[in-house]
Design a protein around this ligand. Structure first.
Ligand code: HCA
Ligand code: CU
Length: 386
């Protein structure tokens, strides 16, 4: 099962460039590629060199950078585009062609047999040009394509030979069950790698990606913060969180997890968005605990309420105590931090007082501290704020 040996194809520099707020300069792209490489992703996918002259030049520059990650570029399944991709000097080419009736009718206008003929033509040509190049062939909008059509094209492509097949949930319609079914069907049929690319329109991107691995996929597409067309694809951080939850030691060995924060911050700044408060790992509340019952257990053993250890990501845990749901264990911990020698009885008293005041008004940590100092000084009868 591929959960043990998955590869990340990081597509911030391809799918991510299709995010409405993205307009990366050459310098931005080099910084992104370097930061992704430092993090340790196995592959970096770049925008098609056919997109613009700058895209071609930048692909050449990044290909020459001698990063540890393999550099791929992503092109339409067309000999002209494939030729341009070869000229960039990248190590692999990701070919894509639409197979759903929507795309065949409203995008490229080709019948299924033409799609198959085109796939075979481009692959045969590419293989002859560059026998050692890593080639992937993907079917855009796989989950709204006829399964029989998909398998016809996969089989034809397999006969020519590719390193990897791509299954793309272009519109975010797939659920884990459907992903499992399609990926395991292809897994039974071919020996090549299988890549999954999933959009997040209905919130299944990460679950679909992990299910693809469970079904035998070998490669998963991500982008930093999930940026891409519409609301994007599986986010790198969220996918990492999921994989860490399954096998922390593997994920810690494969990637430099402390670099994630820098990546999220850098991309957010470049594309002009904030990091959502509830973002995986790097959101401000990702390691914040509130209820007294949670706080007590967290203070005793963080794993009680945490499957991700914030330290592994260079993040810190925060226990929120200035509210009506607080508990005396958390308040005692705060008193200890402040070096105040209060007895358990006093702590319970001041906790009751905090709850009462919090029923009337919103408190912050300063209010709690002030009350703790007063209790320590024995002057606990005045309302806070005086
Ligand atoms: C696109 C479509 C794509 C391709 C995915 C793939 C998708 O080119 O914008 O190559 O596997 O979501 O289908 O991103
Ligand atoms: Cu996509």
């Amino acid at each position: 099962m591929s959960l043990e040996s998955f590869n990340i194809i990081e597509s911030t520099l391809r799918e991510g460039e299709q995010f409405v707020g993205a307009n990366f300069t050459t310098d931005d792209k080099l910084r992104i590629a370097d930061a992704l490489d430092e993090f340790g992703v196995e592959y970096i996918e770049l925008t098609s060199p056919a997109a613009s002259p700058q895209s071609l030049d930048d692909a050449k520059k990044i290909a020459q950078r001698r990063l540890k990650a393999k550099i791929l570029t992503h092109v339409r399944c067309h000999v002209d585009d494939a030729k341009l991709a070869l000229d960039t000097g990248v190590q692999g080419i990701d070919l894509v062609i639409g197979t759903s009736s929507y795309l065949r009718e409203f995008s490229h206008g080709m019948a299924m047999q033409q799609v198959i003929d085109r796939a075979v033509e481009v692959l045969t040509w590419l293989r002859a040009q560059a026998p050692n190049l890593e080639i992937r062939f993907s079917t855009e909008d796989s989950f709204r394509s006829e399964e029989a059509d998909l398998f016809r094209v996969y089989l034809a492509v397999d006969r020519v030979g590719v390193d990897r097949f791509g299954i793309a949930d272009t519109v975010g319609i797939a659920t884990p069950m459907r992903v499992y079914q399609l990926v395991s069907g292809l897994r039974r049929l071919v020996k090549a790698g299988i890549e999954f690319h999933g959009h997040n329109d209905s919130g299944c991107a990460i679950a679909n990606a992990v299910t693809a691995l469970e079904a035998g996929a070998t490669h998963i597409d991500t982008s930093v913060l999930g940026i891409g067309e519409r609301n994007g694809i599986a986010p790198l951080g969220g996918f990492i969180a999921r994989m860490y939850a399954i096998n922390p030691s593997l994920v810690k060995k494969k990637y430099r997890l402390r670099k994630l924060r820098k990546l999220d911050d850098m991309i957010a700044a470049m594309v002009g968005v904030g990091i959502p408060f509830n973002n995986y790992i790097t959101g401000v509340t990702a390691f914040t605990h509130k209820a007294g019952i949670h706080a007590k257990a967290i203070l005793n053993q963080p794993e009680t309420y945490e499957i991700l250890n914030p330290k592994d990501f260079g993040m810190t845990r925060y226990i929120s105590i200035a509210h009506k749901l607080t508990g005396w264990n958390a308040i005692k911990d705060r008193a200890d931090q402040l070096g105040l020698p209060l007895t358990d009885e006093q702590i319970k008293e001041v906790t009751a007082h905090i709850k009462m005041v919090a029923d009337q008004k919103k408190l912050d940590l300063n209010d709690v501290d002030e009350l703790l100092y007063r209790w320590a000084d024995g002057v606990n009868n005045e309302p806070i704020g005086k």
